[in-house]
Design a protein around this ligand. Structure first.
Ligand code: ADP
Ligand code: MG
Length: 621
């Protein structure tokens, strides 16, 4: 037996590994199974090149849990290691053979590890690690053993089968990894789509009353293969049917409703990336489910936190991304700085835009039907990603209250004649709450205007975004003005009231509602309400902005303007003709309350006062 010291710079590297290298202890299993996978893939590569002439037979990787012995073994039938290789690869921490191998077999090998530290993650959970290995080359088998200090032992053993057993003697503080369910959970998480078949089994030793060897019965229970080595994202899109994509989606998210559509990503230059991204059904809701995209590196699960790899707005998508160019064991800050990662994000954004465009072009009706779900992605994308805006501006849709869909260009063409104001601005009138704004919508329509539906939380931002991007465009909410003033043209209309009468109307409202309220007289249609409340666009936006920043909005109150429709018979015909000032004041107050009802601004005591006054007025006639 040989003894020696692992060559590391520091006295003892293991505490460092434990603390800094991996934030997640559980990934030791991912690393070791990845190594087993690499070793098996390497053997396959050598065999395909005729450099290994032996039989491959069954190449499956076995994970064996032995609760009695407190060991967890990862067994592969891959290339194995000679004594020299063990010395070279395991004794020199951070010296990985992956690079060496890749350089030699660049084109056809896909190797998971790049880092040269994965193996040592075993010491996060094991107090001793034994490596029993027999190379595919003619060489004696060896056992390397190390207790987590830089000292190790190396001895010849009598191992017949090609490949490597990594035996972890699980330490006292990591006994959770001796539970079958826990290992199963980790395998499901990290190894579900590994390219080599993986079998998970448990070994139990039962002792009997008896002599010698007969006293023990060792039972190994072998479970079924636990992974799917050929996930569909690795296959050619042409070989797949709609059903395949749908059932894969079910496999990933058993409780989700069917996806709307999907994109099969497949690129090998300037970086490698495969994957499938699904557009889930959102139902116009905001319960955004992030962390639904799973990131893989050569079919090894890395994370579902894809924040820096996928553009923010596409985090709403579901599915998998697999790229060997995304580093395995590294920190977030490293990921952010990684040039490949940046390119990947741009590529995905482009692919998504292309897919949406082709759907729009191919079958606009179907596209419109899905708009309720995809609209959020598209708008979010346009706001947050300049390039995406440019790609999407031709297929983003605006829906109006009649249920029609227009592209921006189509819409502006449609409203051009009626809704251009005196400054040549195109006024986009919208409703964010159709049921609350019906009377305003009706008035706008009566004026020949079109009203858009912008009722999603994102629409506020989207409207502002379009105002910035399109220089002749303004959005105003349908209740921000009376219909005649929504689109400000240079027309002035004559009042039916004399100057004196106008003064009178003003003074009635002033004494009834108080001087501080701003009351404006306008000649609206007789079909409009006698008194209307408008919420100026500017004020409303200020308020929304500040509410969003968590500011206290008390100071703003319920800011609104009061518009008296001097054309309405209840004003000129009825109110002005009332005998007593008291009656006039009361009537003015009532009309104001009626306007408040229309804006859902009346509640509590005010509401009951309004009801009483209504009953009173009805009784009078
Ligand atoms: P990496 O996988 O990034 O190369 P690791 O620390 O995980 O780094 O492994 C170090 C090296 O040890 C590997 O490159 C490989 O040469 C060798 N090795 C580890 N596990 C096995 C195994 N199961 N079979 C053969 N060689 C292995
Ligand atoms: Mg590795």
């Amino acid at each position: 037996m040989q003894k020696g010291n692992i060559s590391v710079q520091t006295e003892n590297i293991f505490p460092i590994i434990k603390q800094f290298l991996y934030s997640d202890q559980e990934i030791f299993l991912r690393e070791l199974v990845s190594n087993a996978t690499d070793a098996t893939q390497k053997l396959k590569t050598l065999a395909s090149k005729g450099e290994y002439k032996g039989k491959l037979d069954d190449l499956r990787i076995e994970i064996i849990l032995n609760e009695e012995e407190k060991t967890l073994t990862i067994r592969d039938k891959g290339i194995g290691m000679t004594e020299e290789e063990v010395m070279k690869y395991l004794n020199q921490v951070a010296f990985s053979s992956a690079q060496e191998f890749l350089d030699k077999y660049k084109e056809d090998a896909s190797i998971i590890g790049h880092f040269g530290l994965g193996f040592y993650s075993a010491f996060m959970v094991a107090e001793r690690v034994d490596v029993l290995t027999k190379s595919h080359k003619k060489a004696k088998a060896v056992k390397w053993s190390c207790t987590g200090s830089p000292e190790y032992t190396l001895e010849d053993i009598d191992k017949k089968e090609r490949g490597t057993d990594i035996v972890l003697h699980i330490s006292e503080d990591s006994t959770e990894y001796l539970a079958k369910a826990r290992i199963q959970e980790l395998l499901d998480k990290y190894c579900k789509f590994l390219p080599i078949e993986i079998q998970f089994g448990t070994t139990t030793v039962t002792e009997y009353e008896g002599e010698g060897e007969d006293r023990k019965e060792i039972k190994t229970e072998k479970d079924n293969i636990i992974n799917n080595p050929n996930p569909i994202w690795k296959k050619k899109p042409a070989s797949l049917k709609e059903e395949d994509y749908k059932s894969f989606y079910k496999e990933l998210y058993p409780y989700s409703t069917e996806p709307l559509f999907w994109i099969h990503l497949n690129i090998d230059f300037p970086f490698n990336l495969t994957g499938i991204l699904y557009f889930p059904k959102l139902n116009n809701s905001l319960e955004v489910q992030k962390n639904k995209i799973q990131l893989y590196s050569n079919q090894v699960y890395i994370t579902d936190n894809v924040q820096d790899i996928v553009p923010e707005f596409l985090m709403l998508l579901h599915g998998v991304i697999d790229s060997p160019d995304i580093p395995l064991n590294v920190s977030r800050s490293y990921l952010q700085a990684d040039a490949n990662v940046k390119k990947i994000s741009g590529y995905i954004s482009k692919k998504v835009a292309e897919k949406l465009k082709s759907l729009f072009k191919k079958d606009r009706e179907a596209y419109q039907e899905k708009w309720g779900d995809i609209g959020v992605f598209v708008k979010y994308g346009m706001i947050s990603d300049e390039k995406f805006h440019d790609r999407a501006k031709d297929f983003v849709l605006l829906k109006n209250t009649t249920g029609e869909f227009h592209t921006i260009e189509e819409y502006q063409e449609k409203i051009k004649t009626e809704q251009t104001d005196k400054h040549d601005k195109l006024i986009h009138i919208y409703s964010n709450q159709i049921s609350d704004q019906l009377s305003y919508i009706e008035s706008a329509k009566a004026k020949g205007y079109d009203v858009l539906v912008l009722d999603h939380v994102i629409d506020n931002h989207f409207a502002q975004h379009l105002e910035q991007k399109l220089n002749n465009t303004t959005f105003v909410r349908v209740d921000s003005e009376t219909a005649d003033k929504l689109v400000q043209k240079d027309e002035t209309t004559e009042s039916v009231l004399t100057d004196k009468e106008q003064e009178k109307v003003k003074s009635i409202f002033a004494s009834s509602l108080g001087e501080s309220q701003s009351v404006e007289l306008r000649n609206l249609a007789t079909s409009d309400l006698p008194v209307m409340i408008t919420k100026p666009e500017f004020m409303r936006r200020m308020k929304e902005m500040q509410a969003m920043q968590g500011m206290n909005m008390e100071a703003f109150g319920d800011m609104h303007n009061i518009v008296v429709n001097t054309n309405h018979p209840l004003i000129a015909g009825k109110m002005l003709k009332m005998r007593s000032e008291e009656k006039k004041n009361k009537f003015a107050e009532y009309l104001y309350m009626l306007a408040k009802v229309n804006q859902k601004m009346l509640s509590g005591e005010d509401m009951s006062k309004f009801m009483n006054m209504s009953v009173e007025f009805l009784q009078e006639n």
